[in-house]
Write a protein that binds this ligand. Sequence first.
Ligand code: GTP
Ligand code: MG
Length: 451
Amino acid sequence: MTDANSNISASKPEPYSLSVVGIGRTGAGYVDGLLRTGEIEDVLMDPRARVAALVIDVGDRDLQRVDGYAAGLKQRLEEQGVAPENFHYQSISLDMPERDELIASLDNMADGKSWLPKDIKLPEAGSHLSRAVAKAIYYKAYNDEPRILDVALTNFANHAEQSELPARIMVCFNLAGGTGSGMAIDLTRQLSSDKLTKKIPVIGVGQLPHSGDGDAPASLFASLNELDAMTKGNDKQDNPFTGGFFVVNTEHSWQRLTSYTDTGLQAVRDRFRQEVTNKFSQDCFMRFAVRDSGAALTHALRAADESNKAGKWMLFNLAKFTHPGVQVLPGEPLSKWHKVIDQWIDHLDDFSGLRKDFRSNHADVHVHVPREIGFDRIDQKMEQRMKDSFLTAKDSSIQIENHEFFDHLTSYADIVLSGLVSTDLDRYSNAQAAYNKLNKGEQKMCHSMAT
Ligand SMILES: Nc1nc2c(ncn2[C@@H]2O[C@H](COP(=O)(O)OP(=O)(O)OP(=O)(O)O)[C@@H](O)[C@H]2O)c(=O)[nH]1
Ligand SMILES: [Mg+2]
Protein backbone atom coordinates (compact mmCIF):
# COMPACT_ATOMS: atom_id res chain seq x y z
CA MET A 1 0.00 0.00 0.00
CA THR A 2 1.40 3.39 -0.85
CA ASP A 3 1.05 6.42 1.34
CA ALA A 4 0.49 9.60 -0.63
CA ASN A 5 1.78 11.51 2.38
CA SER A 6 5.10 9.67 2.69
CA ASN A 7 7.06 12.51 1.12
CA ILE A 8 5.88 14.97 3.74
CA SER A 9 5.59 12.73 6.77
CA ALA A 10 9.28 13.09 7.71
CA SER A 11 8.73 16.65 8.90
CA LYS A 12 5.54 17.62 10.69
CA PRO A 13 3.28 19.36 8.16
CA GLU A 14 2.11 22.89 8.85
CA PRO A 15 -1.41 22.85 10.25
CA TYR A 16 -4.32 24.12 8.21
CA SER A 17 -6.45 27.05 9.21
CA LEU A 18 -9.84 25.36 8.83
CA SER A 19 -12.77 27.75 8.48
CA VAL A 20 -16.35 26.59 8.40
CA VAL A 21 -19.86 27.70 7.44
CA GLY A 22 -22.77 25.81 9.04
CA ILE A 23 -26.34 26.24 7.84
CA GLY A 24 -29.43 24.98 9.67
CA ARG A 25 -29.44 22.80 12.77
CA THR A 26 -27.05 20.18 11.38
CA GLY A 27 -24.68 22.79 9.93
CA ALA A 28 -24.47 24.51 13.30
CA GLY A 29 -23.67 21.12 14.84
CA TYR A 30 -20.59 20.75 12.61
CA VAL A 31 -19.34 24.23 13.52
CA ASP A 32 -19.85 23.35 17.18
CA GLY A 33 -17.93 20.10 16.53
CA LEU A 34 -14.96 21.97 15.03
CA LEU A 35 -14.83 24.49 17.85
CA ARG A 36 -14.86 21.65 20.38
CA THR A 37 -11.75 19.95 18.99
CA GLY A 38 -8.72 20.83 21.07
CA GLU A 39 -6.78 20.96 17.80
CA ILE A 40 -8.43 24.14 16.55
CA GLU A 41 -7.30 25.85 19.74
CA ASP A 42 -3.77 24.59 19.12
CA VAL A 43 -3.90 25.86 15.53
CA LEU A 44 -4.93 29.30 16.76
CA MET A 45 -1.90 29.46 19.07
CA ASP A 46 0.13 30.00 15.89
CA PRO A 47 -0.05 33.74 15.15
CA ARG A 48 -0.20 32.99 11.41
CA ALA A 49 -3.51 31.14 11.79
CA ARG A 50 -6.93 32.61 11.05
CA VAL A 51 -10.10 30.64 11.70
CA ALA A 52 -13.53 31.93 10.61
CA ALA A 53 -16.81 30.32 11.63
CA LEU A 54 -20.21 31.42 10.34
CA VAL A 55 -23.53 29.86 11.35
CA ILE A 56 -26.83 30.73 9.69
CA ASP A 57 -30.38 29.60 10.48
CA VAL A 58 -33.93 30.89 10.44
CA GLY A 59 -34.72 31.40 14.13
CA ASP A 60 -32.12 31.06 16.87
CA ARG A 61 -33.17 27.89 18.66
CA ASP A 62 -30.57 25.67 17.01
CA LEU A 63 -27.79 28.27 17.23
CA GLN A 64 -27.71 28.64 20.99
CA ARG A 65 -25.40 25.73 21.70
CA VAL A 66 -22.74 26.76 19.16
CA ASP A 67 -23.02 30.42 20.22
CA GLY A 68 -22.36 29.41 23.83
CA TYR A 69 -19.41 27.30 22.88
CA ALA A 70 -17.90 29.99 20.65
CA ALA A 71 -18.13 32.49 23.53
CA GLY A 72 -16.29 30.04 25.80
CA LEU A 73 -13.62 29.43 23.17
CA LYS A 74 -13.06 33.17 22.69
CA GLN A 75 -12.53 33.54 26.40
CA ARG A 76 -10.04 30.67 26.54
CA LEU A 77 -8.11 32.06 23.58
CA GLU A 78 -7.89 35.43 25.28
CA GLU A 79 -6.60 33.80 28.47
CA GLN A 80 -3.90 32.14 26.39
CA GLY A 81 -2.82 35.42 24.81
CA VAL A 82 -4.19 34.70 21.31
CA ALA A 83 -5.09 37.94 19.48
CA PRO A 84 -8.92 37.94 19.65
CA GLU A 85 -9.27 39.04 16.02
CA ASN A 86 -7.59 35.83 14.77
CA PHE A 87 -10.78 33.87 15.49
CA HIS A 88 -13.79 35.33 13.69
CA TYR A 89 -17.21 34.04 14.72
CA GLN A 90 -20.55 35.22 13.40
CA SER A 91 -23.94 33.77 14.15
CA ILE A 92 -26.89 34.89 12.03
CA SER A 93 -30.42 34.09 13.04
CA LEU A 94 -32.71 35.28 10.24
CA ASP A 95 -36.31 36.31 10.88
CA MET A 96 -39.15 34.73 8.96
CA PRO A 97 -40.13 37.56 6.59
CA GLU A 98 -43.69 38.66 5.83
CA ARG A 99 -44.90 36.83 2.74
CA ASP A 100 -45.52 39.90 0.60
CA GLU A 101 -42.14 41.40 1.46
CA LEU A 102 -40.42 38.15 0.59
CA ILE A 103 -42.17 37.90 -2.76
CA ALA A 104 -41.50 41.57 -3.56
CA SER A 105 -37.81 41.04 -2.83
CA LEU A 106 -37.68 38.02 -5.16
CA ASP A 107 -39.62 39.84 -7.87
CA ASN A 108 -37.11 42.63 -7.63
CA MET A 109 -34.23 40.21 -8.03
CA ALA A 110 -35.71 37.92 -10.68
CA ASP A 111 -37.44 40.49 -12.92
CA GLY A 112 -40.89 39.85 -11.57
CA LYS A 113 -40.48 36.08 -11.66
CA SER A 114 -40.53 35.03 -8.02
CA TRP A 115 -40.29 31.23 -7.76
CA LEU A 116 -42.73 31.21 -4.83
CA PRO A 117 -46.50 31.20 -5.39
CA LYS A 118 -48.11 34.51 -4.36
CA ASP A 119 -50.45 32.81 -1.88
CA ILE A 120 -47.79 30.69 -0.16
CA LYS A 121 -48.26 30.12 3.56
CA LEU A 122 -44.96 30.62 5.36
CA PRO A 123 -44.14 28.53 8.44
CA GLU A 124 -42.91 30.00 11.72
CA ALA A 125 -39.21 30.60 12.28
CA GLY A 126 -37.74 27.46 13.82
CA SER A 127 -39.97 24.94 12.04
CA HIS A 128 -39.04 23.00 8.90
CA LEU A 129 -38.87 25.07 5.69
CA SER A 130 -39.13 23.90 2.12
CA ARG A 131 -35.90 24.33 0.14
CA ALA A 132 -37.53 26.85 -2.20
CA VAL A 133 -38.56 29.05 0.76
CA ALA A 134 -35.10 28.74 2.35
CA LYS A 135 -33.49 29.86 -0.89
CA ALA A 136 -35.84 32.85 -1.05
CA ILE A 137 -35.02 33.87 2.53
CA TYR A 138 -31.34 33.53 1.71
CA TYR A 139 -31.61 35.91 -1.26
CA LYS A 140 -33.73 38.43 0.60
CA ALA A 141 -31.11 38.60 3.36
CA TYR A 142 -28.35 38.76 0.75
CA ASN A 143 -29.86 41.47 -1.48
CA ASP A 144 -31.98 43.70 0.75
CA GLU A 145 -30.42 46.37 2.95
CA PRO A 146 -28.53 45.95 5.24
CA ARG A 147 -27.41 43.02 3.02
CA ILE A 148 -26.67 40.97 6.09
CA LEU A 149 -25.55 37.77 4.30
CA ASP A 150 -23.56 39.62 1.63
CA VAL A 151 -21.60 41.40 4.36
CA ALA A 152 -21.23 38.24 6.47
CA LEU A 153 -19.85 36.22 3.54
CA THR A 154 -17.42 39.00 2.60
CA ASN A 155 -16.13 39.19 6.18
CA PHE A 156 -15.88 35.41 6.41
CA ALA A 157 -13.89 35.12 3.17
CA ASN A 158 -11.62 38.06 4.01
CA HIS A 159 -10.79 36.57 7.37
CA ALA A 160 -10.08 33.09 5.98
CA GLU A 161 -7.83 34.62 3.32
CA GLN A 162 -5.69 36.41 5.88
CA SER A 163 -4.32 33.09 7.10
CA GLU A 164 -0.61 32.71 6.50
CA LEU A 165 -0.96 28.98 7.07
CA PRO A 166 -2.53 26.86 4.33
CA ALA A 167 -6.30 27.23 4.54
CA ARG A 168 -9.45 25.20 3.92
CA ILE A 169 -13.12 26.04 4.07
CA MET A 170 -16.03 23.69 4.73
CA VAL A 171 -19.73 24.30 4.12
CA CYS A 172 -21.84 21.94 6.26
CA PHE A 173 -25.55 21.14 6.17
CA ASN A 174 -28.13 18.34 6.22
CA LEU A 175 -29.03 16.91 2.81
CA ALA A 176 -32.62 16.23 3.88
CA GLY A 177 -33.57 19.41 5.74
CA GLY A 178 -34.88 22.57 4.11
CA THR A 179 -32.88 25.47 5.49
CA GLY A 180 -29.39 24.00 5.17
CA SER A 181 -29.72 22.25 1.82
CA GLY A 182 -31.91 25.05 0.42
CA MET A 183 -29.33 27.75 1.11
CA ALA A 184 -26.06 25.84 0.74
CA ILE A 185 -25.92 25.70 -3.04
CA ASP A 186 -26.28 29.44 -3.64
CA LEU A 187 -24.16 30.37 -0.65
CA THR A 188 -21.28 28.16 -1.76
CA ARG A 189 -21.49 29.48 -5.30
CA GLN A 190 -21.30 33.08 -4.07
CA LEU A 191 -18.51 32.26 -1.65
CA SER A 192 -16.35 30.48 -4.26
CA SER A 193 -17.03 32.75 -7.22
CA ASP A 194 -17.58 36.23 -5.76
CA LYS A 195 -16.00 36.36 -2.35
CA LEU A 196 -12.81 34.30 -2.39
CA THR A 197 -9.93 35.84 -4.27
CA LYS A 198 -7.31 33.26 -3.28
CA LYS A 199 -7.35 29.58 -4.14
CA ILE A 200 -8.72 28.19 -0.89
CA PRO A 201 -10.46 24.85 -1.43
CA VAL A 202 -14.14 24.82 -0.45
CA ILE A 203 -15.26 21.39 0.75
CA GLY A 204 -18.95 20.48 0.96
CA VAL A 205 -20.18 18.34 3.89
CA GLY A 206 -23.72 17.00 3.49
CA GLN A 207 -25.15 14.80 6.23
CA LEU A 208 -27.60 12.06 5.25
CA PRO A 209 -30.71 11.40 7.30
CA HIS A 210 -30.86 8.03 9.09
CA SER A 211 -33.77 5.67 9.62
CA GLY A 212 -34.66 7.35 12.94
CA ASP A 213 -35.53 10.48 10.91
CA GLY A 214 -38.37 8.56 9.23
CA ASP A 215 -38.83 7.87 5.52
CA ALA A 216 -36.46 9.59 3.11
CA PRO A 217 -38.10 12.93 2.26
CA ALA A 218 -38.77 14.13 -1.30
CA SER A 219 -36.46 17.11 -0.73
CA LEU A 220 -33.55 14.68 -0.34
CA PHE A 221 -34.09 13.54 -3.92
CA ALA A 222 -34.04 17.14 -5.15
CA SER A 223 -30.98 18.14 -3.14
CA LEU A 224 -28.97 15.06 -4.20
CA ASN A 225 -29.78 15.67 -7.85
CA GLU A 226 -28.89 19.33 -7.70
CA LEU A 227 -25.59 18.63 -5.94
CA ASP A 228 -24.81 15.85 -8.37
CA ALA A 229 -25.34 18.13 -11.36
CA MET A 230 -23.32 20.87 -9.75
CA THR A 231 -20.29 18.86 -8.68
CA LYS A 232 -19.85 17.54 -12.24
CA GLY A 233 -18.92 21.04 -13.43
CA ASN A 234 -15.30 21.73 -14.26
CA ASP A 235 -14.68 25.35 -13.26
CA LYS A 236 -15.58 26.98 -9.98
CA GLN A 237 -18.52 28.81 -11.54
CA ASP A 238 -20.14 25.43 -12.25
CA ASN A 239 -18.73 23.56 -9.28
CA PRO A 240 -18.14 25.78 -6.28
CA PHE A 241 -17.13 22.78 -4.13
CA THR A 242 -13.58 23.20 -5.33
CA GLY A 243 -12.15 20.98 -2.57
CA GLY A 244 -14.56 18.04 -3.02
CA PHE A 245 -17.80 16.87 -1.47
CA PHE A 246 -18.36 14.57 1.52
CA VAL A 247 -21.59 12.73 2.22
CA VAL A 248 -21.75 11.80 5.92
CA ASN A 249 -23.58 8.59 6.78
CA THR A 250 -24.94 8.38 10.33
CA GLU A 251 -26.99 5.17 9.99
CA HIS A 252 -24.45 2.82 11.59
CA SER A 253 -24.16 5.09 14.59
CA TRP A 254 -27.94 5.37 14.90
CA GLN A 255 -28.37 1.59 14.73
CA ARG A 256 -25.61 0.96 17.26
CA LEU A 257 -27.26 3.32 19.73
CA THR A 258 -30.83 2.14 19.25
CA SER A 259 -30.29 -1.64 19.16
CA TYR A 260 -30.43 -3.18 22.61
CA THR A 261 -31.83 -0.06 24.31
CA ASP A 262 -35.58 0.11 24.80
CA THR A 263 -36.28 1.55 28.24
CA GLY A 264 -38.22 4.77 28.83
CA LEU A 265 -40.75 6.61 26.69
CA GLN A 266 -40.32 5.99 22.95
CA ALA A 267 -40.61 9.67 21.91
CA VAL A 268 -38.22 10.95 24.58
CA ARG A 269 -35.81 8.10 23.87
CA ASP A 270 -35.81 8.81 20.15
CA ARG A 271 -35.20 12.53 20.55
CA PHE A 272 -32.29 11.86 22.87
CA ARG A 273 -30.85 9.22 20.53
CA GLN A 274 -31.18 11.60 17.57
CA GLU A 275 -29.18 14.23 19.39
CA VAL A 276 -26.52 11.78 20.52
CA THR A 277 -26.18 10.28 17.02
CA ASN A 278 -25.94 13.64 15.29
CA LYS A 279 -23.52 15.15 17.77
CA PHE A 280 -21.29 12.09 17.79
CA SER A 281 -21.15 12.02 13.98
CA GLN A 282 -20.43 15.73 13.69
CA ASP A 283 -17.76 15.68 16.39
CA CYS A 284 -16.07 12.61 14.84
CA PHE A 285 -16.08 14.19 11.39
CA MET A 286 -14.43 17.35 12.67
CA ARG A 287 -11.86 15.40 14.73
CA PHE A 288 -11.00 13.61 11.48
CA ALA A 289 -10.84 16.95 9.60
CA VAL A 290 -8.21 18.40 11.97
CA ARG A 291 -6.33 15.19 12.84
CA ASP A 292 -2.54 15.34 12.49
CA SER A 293 -2.57 18.99 11.45
CA GLY A 294 -5.08 18.17 8.70
CA ALA A 295 -2.95 15.34 7.21
CA ALA A 296 -5.67 12.68 7.54
CA LEU A 297 -8.04 14.85 5.51
CA THR A 298 -5.28 15.68 3.00
CA HIS A 299 -4.70 11.96 2.50
CA ALA A 300 -8.36 11.22 1.89
CA LEU A 301 -8.72 14.15 -0.53
CA ARG A 302 -5.63 13.13 -2.52
CA ALA A 303 -6.73 9.52 -2.68
CA ALA A 304 -10.12 10.63 -4.01
CA ASP A 305 -8.46 12.87 -6.58
CA GLU A 306 -6.07 10.23 -7.80
CA SER A 307 -8.40 7.30 -7.94
CA ASN A 308 -11.54 8.85 -9.36
CA LYS A 309 -12.91 10.92 -12.12
CA ALA A 310 -13.56 14.51 -11.10
CA GLY A 311 -16.86 15.39 -9.58
CA LYS A 312 -17.50 12.21 -7.67
CA TRP A 313 -18.18 12.43 -3.94
CA MET A 314 -16.58 10.88 -0.90
CA LEU A 315 -18.53 8.95 1.70
CA PHE A 316 -17.62 9.54 5.32
CA ASN A 317 -19.11 6.55 7.07
CA LEU A 318 -19.08 6.73 10.81
CA ALA A 319 -19.25 3.13 11.96
CA LYS A 320 -19.79 2.74 15.67
CA PHE A 321 -19.00 -0.63 17.27
CA THR A 322 -19.53 -0.10 21.00
CA HIS A 323 -21.49 2.51 22.90
CA PRO A 324 -21.17 3.12 26.66
CA GLY A 325 -23.33 0.73 28.67
CA VAL A 326 -25.01 -0.92 25.67
CA GLN A 327 -24.75 -4.69 25.04
CA VAL A 328 -21.42 -5.10 26.85
CA LEU A 329 -20.40 -3.66 30.19
CA PRO A 330 -17.17 -2.70 31.93
CA GLY A 331 -15.61 -5.69 33.68
CA GLU A 332 -17.04 -8.25 31.24
CA PRO A 333 -14.42 -10.52 29.61
CA LEU A 334 -12.44 -9.20 26.65
CA SER A 335 -13.84 -12.02 24.50
CA LYS A 336 -17.34 -10.53 24.86
CA TRP A 337 -16.09 -7.10 23.78
CA HIS A 338 -14.48 -8.67 20.72
CA LYS A 339 -17.63 -10.59 19.89
CA VAL A 340 -19.71 -7.41 19.98
CA ILE A 341 -17.17 -5.45 17.93
CA ASP A 342 -16.99 -8.27 15.35
CA GLN A 343 -20.77 -8.29 15.10
CA TRP A 344 -20.87 -4.56 14.39
CA ILE A 345 -18.02 -4.71 11.88
CA ASP A 346 -20.13 -7.30 10.08
CA HIS A 347 -23.00 -4.79 10.07
CA LEU A 348 -20.93 -2.41 7.91
CA ASP A 349 -22.69 -3.93 4.95
CA ASP A 350 -26.16 -3.26 6.31
CA PHE A 351 -25.73 0.32 7.50
CA SER A 352 -23.22 1.94 5.12
CA GLY A 353 -25.89 4.02 3.36
CA LEU A 354 -24.64 2.55 0.06
CA ARG A 355 -26.26 0.24 -2.45
CA LYS A 356 -24.86 -3.26 -2.31
CA ASP A 357 -23.29 -3.03 -5.77
CA PHE A 358 -21.19 0.06 -5.01
CA ARG A 359 -17.41 -0.47 -5.13
CA SER A 360 -14.59 2.00 -4.57
CA ASN A 361 -10.92 1.63 -5.34
CA HIS A 362 -9.66 3.23 -2.16
CA ALA A 363 -10.57 3.34 1.50
CA ASP A 364 -9.04 5.32 4.35
CA VAL A 365 -9.99 3.79 7.69
CA HIS A 366 -9.31 5.30 11.11
CA VAL A 367 -9.98 2.79 13.86
CA HIS A 368 -10.57 4.22 17.35
CA VAL A 369 -10.61 1.74 20.23
CA PRO A 370 -9.62 1.74 23.90
CA ARG A 371 -6.11 0.44 24.61
CA GLU A 372 -7.40 -2.70 26.44
CA ILE A 373 -9.14 -3.99 23.30
CA GLY A 374 -6.05 -3.84 21.06
CA PHE A 375 -5.87 -3.18 17.33
CA ASP A 376 -4.57 -6.27 15.50
CA ARG A 377 -7.70 -8.35 15.45
CA ILE A 378 -9.98 -5.42 14.61
CA ASP A 379 -7.68 -4.21 11.82
CA GLN A 380 -7.63 -7.65 10.21
CA LYS A 381 -11.38 -7.99 10.33
CA MET A 382 -11.91 -4.46 9.05
CA GLU A 383 -9.58 -5.02 6.12
CA GLN A 384 -11.34 -8.25 5.17
CA ARG A 385 -14.80 -6.67 5.46
CA MET A 386 -13.76 -3.65 3.39
CA LYS A 387 -12.32 -5.88 0.66
CA ASP A 388 -15.33 -8.18 0.63
CA SER A 389 -18.00 -5.49 0.57
CA PHE A 390 -16.72 -2.11 -0.58
CA LEU A 391 -13.52 -2.34 -2.63
CA THR A 392 -12.98 -3.41 -6.21
CA ALA A 393 -11.40 -6.84 -6.56
CA LYS A 394 -8.56 -5.44 -8.65
CA ASP A 395 -6.30 -2.43 -8.14
CA SER A 396 -7.81 -1.22 -4.92
CA SER A 397 -5.97 0.00 -1.86
CA ILE A 398 -6.78 0.52 1.79
CA GLN A 399 -5.04 2.47 4.51
CA ILE A 400 -5.88 1.66 8.11
CA GLU A 401 -4.71 3.89 10.95
CA ASN A 402 -5.14 3.20 14.65
CA HIS A 403 -6.00 5.66 17.36
CA GLU A 404 -6.47 5.03 21.05
CA PHE A 405 -9.84 6.35 22.17
CA PHE A 406 -9.98 8.16 25.51
CA ASP A 407 -13.42 6.81 26.52
CA HIS A 408 -12.94 3.16 27.48
CA LEU A 409 -16.43 2.09 26.47
CA THR A 410 -16.54 3.49 22.95
CA SER A 411 -15.05 2.13 19.76
CA TYR A 412 -15.69 3.24 16.19
CA ALA A 413 -14.15 3.73 12.76
CA ASP A 414 -14.15 6.66 10.38
CA ILE A 415 -14.26 5.20 6.89
CA VAL A 416 -13.73 7.33 3.80
CA LEU A 417 -14.59 5.82 0.43
CA SER A 418 -14.27 7.73 -2.82
CA GLY A 419 -15.98 7.58 -6.21
CA LEU A 420 -19.58 8.04 -5.20
CA VAL A 421 -22.57 9.52 -7.06
CA SER A 422 -26.07 10.20 -5.73
CA THR A 423 -27.57 7.00 -7.13
CA ASP A 424 -25.06 4.89 -5.16
CA LEU A 425 -26.87 5.93 -1.97
CA ASP A 426 -29.47 3.42 -0.77
CA ARG A 427 -31.91 6.21 0.23
CA TYR A 428 -31.91 7.72 -3.25
CA SER A 429 -34.68 5.55 -4.67
CA ASN A 430 -36.94 5.97 -1.62
CA ALA A 431 -36.50 9.74 -1.81
CA GLN A 432 -37.31 9.56 -5.51
CA ALA A 433 -40.49 7.59 -4.78
CA ALA A 434 -41.54 10.24 -2.22
CA TYR A 435 -40.85 12.96 -4.79
CA ASN A 436 -42.84 11.21 -7.50
CA LYS A 437 -45.91 11.13 -5.26
CA LEU A 438 -46.02 14.95 -5.11
CA ASN A 439 -47.84 17.17 -7.57
CA LYS A 440 -45.87 19.61 -9.73
CA GLY A 441 -46.37 22.55 -7.34
CA GLU A 442 -45.20 20.52 -4.35
CA GLN A 443 -42.21 19.23 -6.30
CA LYS A 444 -41.18 22.78 -7.14
CA MET A 445 -41.01 23.63 -3.43
CA CYS A 446 -38.42 20.85 -2.96
CA HIS A 447 -35.96 22.58 -5.26
CA SER A 448 -33.37 25.22 -4.70
CA MET A 449 -32.26 25.33 -8.34
CA ALA A 450 -34.38 26.08 -11.38
CA THR A 451 -35.63 22.82 -12.90
N1 GTP B 1 -37.55 17.43 4.56
C1 GTP B 1 -38.01 17.26 5.80
N2 GTP B 1 -37.16 16.80 6.72
C2 GTP B 1 -37.59 16.64 7.99
C3 GTP B 1 -38.92 16.98 8.35
N3 GTP B 1 -39.04 16.74 9.66
C4 GTP B 1 -37.85 16.27 10.10
N4 GTP B 1 -36.96 16.18 9.11
C5 GTP B 1 -35.63 15.65 9.30
O1 GTP B 1 -34.86 16.71 9.88
C6 GTP B 1 -33.51 16.64 9.49
C7 GTP B 1 -33.14 17.91 8.85
O2 GTP B 1 -31.92 18.35 9.28
P1 GTP B 1 -31.78 19.79 9.96
O3 GTP B 1 -30.33 20.08 10.03
O4 GTP B 1 -32.58 19.83 11.19
O5 GTP B 1 -32.45 20.71 8.84
P2 GTP B 1 -32.26 22.23 8.57
O6 GTP B 1 -31.17 22.47 7.62
O7 GTP B 1 -32.21 22.98 9.88
O8 GTP B 1 -33.59 22.61 7.78
P3 GTP B 1 -35.13 22.64 8.26
O9 GTP B 1 -35.68 21.30 7.85
O10 GTP B 1 -35.70 23.76 7.44
O11 GTP B 1 -35.15 22.92 9.73
C8 GTP B 1 -33.40 15.51 8.53
O12 GTP B 1 -32.86 14.40 9.19
C9 GTP B 1 -34.82 15.26 8.08
O13 GTP B 1 -35.01 13.89 7.79
C10 GTP B 1 -39.80 17.47 7.34
O14 GTP B 1 -40.96 17.77 7.57
N5 GTP B 1 -39.31 17.57 6.09
MG1 MG C 1 -33.75 23.76 11.01
